[in-house]
Ligand binder design. Structure first.
Ligand code: DX5
Ligand code: ZN
Length: 218
């Protein structure tokens, strides 16, 4: 089953509740956190997360593009995120492992992400410890960028490693996802698709979400 995670980075923040309502047929709300250090942009953080948590019962998928994942992992887990995804490049292995434990101790799911230049193998040592692997299909930091097709082999490599080990880790992709690139990512083995600009610029967002799931094909 393909899951769709609209990224509210592309939503109108002045009308965030209505924007979330407009995508409530999706599976997750993707919540992009940027600190201006790990990526050259600043987005939203814990105060907005708390408001969104009060507003919706949808699964909140927090993507932490921050330089201090160990400090913040538990804070996001206890303030409403259902899935907390960190970047493997952001901290040494012992800190990443402690952050994953912290998230699990709060009863939430832990994800680990790789930037485009980081190989799939960087996630292999963690696959038994995580619930979700996230392959960035653009350089993190901004919505609306072009999909990087050379990430498809990385998705396939992670899918086969997950299958070979008999794990149930979700495989998410993020960046430049539209119905065409969604199809390519699903063929390569992804099962969770993040999409920001493609969904929020559509007038019929529910139809766009169905198209991303591949449901509109004749
Ligand atoms: C980029 C973010 C993405 C972004 C995707 O750093 O992690 O979640 O919102 O936006 P689109 O779908 O427009 O590429
Ligand atoms: Zn994201």
């Amino acid at each position: 089953m393909i899951k769709i995670a609209p990224s509210i980075l592309s939503a109108d923040f002045a009308r965030l509740g209505e924007e979330i309502d407009s995508v409530n047929c999706a599976d997750y709300i993707h919540f992009d956190v940027m600190d201006g250090l790990f990526v050259p942009n600043i987005s939203i953080g814990v105060p907005v997360l708390k408001s969104v948590r009060k507003y919706t019962e949808m699964v909140i998928d927090a993507h932490l593009m921050i330089a201090t994942p160990l400090f913040f992992a538990g804070i996001f887990a206890e303030n409403g995120a259902d899935i907390v995804t960190l970047h493997v490049e952001a901290a040494p292995e012992d800190e990443i492992r402690r952050a994953i434990i912290e998230i699990h101790n709060k009863g939430k799911k832990a994800g680990l992400s790789v930037k485009p230049k980081t190989p799939a193998s960087a996630l292999f040592p963690y696959l038994e410890a995580i619930d979700l692997a996230l392959v960035m299909t653009v350089e993190p930091g901004f919505g609306g960028q072009a999909f990087m097709p050379d990430m498809l082999p990385k998705i396939a490599a992670l899918r086969s490693e997950i299958e070979n080990r008999g794990l149930s880790v979700e495989l998410e992709v993020d960046g430049g996802i539209c119905p065409e690139t969604a199809r390519q990512c699903v063929s390569a083995g992804a099962n969770v698709l993040v999409a920001g600009s493609d969904i929020f610029r559509a007038s019929d967002r529910a139809a766009r979400i169905r198209a991303l799931r591949g449901e509109n094909e004749e």
